[in-house]
Ligand binder design. Structure first.
Ligand code: UD1
Length: 365
């Protein structure tokens, strides 16, 4: 029984790793599933892709569609063409997609049109913000998925509201957290830690790459000013995503305590997060990791598809107005940030639960 596992962009890689490891363990124990790892090539820089495969023990992709950069439609079209050809020439019995990137949506639609059942890992989450391509990807992917492996009761409720029956919803936990817990003891300091004088609990980490924050130079400059000033002299480490680098080059300057570094590999990035005083980000996945590590997190967005990181975890929505950062940082420096807890089933075993369900579901298909 051959299953496709799809990965395309950086936030996919930590989500597929525990699924692949669990499938390997079941295969070794005589289980029926075999898999084909399909990398769409949406992210192709070694720093955005290859290093994650090496560090997380993900086997080399069986197929690389090599789509590369492009507009939303160009990437979607290229992935669909490549994956359709693959499925027609070499069929598979199921398509497993993770997360909310363009590759997720493009492969889910392509598979379902060829009557290949689709399982969506991290299905059901919603920000309600249709200006983000990820939200469109979530809606489109969930509309054509047969089975949903979910990370929270919020996701389950969203799916039920959309008319999905309980027999198709499997609340399994969070594969991104599986990877974090499995690698916690392996996290390691990047080599610039001494150079920048980073001390535990006395520096910030920031990541910004959403179009709303970084695509316009004036708004991005104001945001960086607010972050630099709000850190009150503490260093701010800023691993720069490729799309952010483009706007950064157009800025006249930014605060001296903000240190730009390359996109970090998984183990180094999460080491930085674990020891930070606070993370300021517009990412979704990072808010889950800060929640599990108990690190204060400020999200520079107006909405989130991961409300449990706020209601249970250490995350708070600040919005995209730089003026809102000051009061939040005051509370942080006054020691008033919430401590947070761990959401249900974020226990490191989601991958195993997914593979056990897939065996059961595909046996009856
Ligand atoms: C994508 C995902 C987003 C995720 C992010 C994490 C979608 C819609 N968005 O956004 O959910 O949080 O990845 O990284 O799928 N580029 C490189 N090298 C690479 C990859 C990209 O230089 O390896 C450049 C591209 O040329 C482009 C820019 O970065 O100019 C954006 O890349 P793209 O994959 O289109 O979207 P992301 O903004 O990375």
């Amino acid at each position: 029984m051959l299953i496709d596992v799809i990965a395309g962009a950086r936030p996919n890689f930590m989500k597929i790793a525990p699924i692949l490891h669990a499938m390997q363990a079941r295969k070794d124990a005589g289980g029926p599933l075999r898999w084909r790892l399909v990398h769409t090539g949406q992210h192709y820089d070694p720093r955005m892709s290859g290093e994650f495969f090496e560090q997380l023990g993900i086997p080399a992709p069986d197929v690389n569609l090599g789509v590369g950069s492009g507009s939303q439609a160009e990437q979607t079209g290229a992935i669909m063409l490549g994956y359709e050809k693959l499925l027609l020439e070499h069929p598979s019995a199921c398509c497993v997609v993770v997360g909310d990137v363009t590759s997720t949506m493009a492969c889910a639609i392509t598979a379902q049109k060829l009557h290949v059942p689709v399982a969506h890992v991290e299905g059901g989450i919603r920000s309600g913000d249709w200006t983000m391509p990820e939200e469109i990807n979530r809606l489109a992917t969930d509309a054509v998925s047969n089975w949903f492996f979910t990370t929270s009761e919020h996701a389950n409720a969203n799916l039920r509201r959309a008319g999905v029956g309980d027999e198709r919803i499997f609340f399994v936990g969070n594969t991104m957290i599986d990877t974090l817990l499995a690698n916690m003891a392996r996290l390691r300091a990047p080599d610039f830690v001494g150079l920048l004088g980073l001390q535990a609990g006395a520096y910030f980490v920031t990541t910004l790459h959403r179009p709303a924050n970084v695509d316009r130079a004036d708004g991005f400059a104001r945001l960086l000013q607010a972050i630099g000033a709000g850190a009150r002299g503490l260093p701010v480490v800023f691993p720069v995503h490729p799309r952010t680098a483009k706007t950064l080059r157009a800025l006249p300057g930014f605060p001296a305590n903000i240190h730009l570094v390359d996109p970090q590999p998984y183990l180094e990035f999460n080491w930085l997060v674990k020891h930070a005083k606070c993370v300021i980000t517009d990412s979704g996945g990072i808010t889950e990791e800060t929640t599990v590590m108990g690190v204060p997190c400020m999200t520079l967005r107006d909405n989130t598809e991961r409300p449990e990181t706020i209601s249970i975890g250490t995350n708070e929505l600040i919005g995209t107005d730089p003026a809102k950062l000051g009061p939040a940082l005051d509370r942080l420096f006054d020691g008033e940030w919430k401590k947070g807890g761990i959401p249900q089933l974020w226990d490191g075993r989601a991958g195993e639960r997914i593979v056990a369900q897939l065996e059961r579901l595909l046996a009856g298909y």
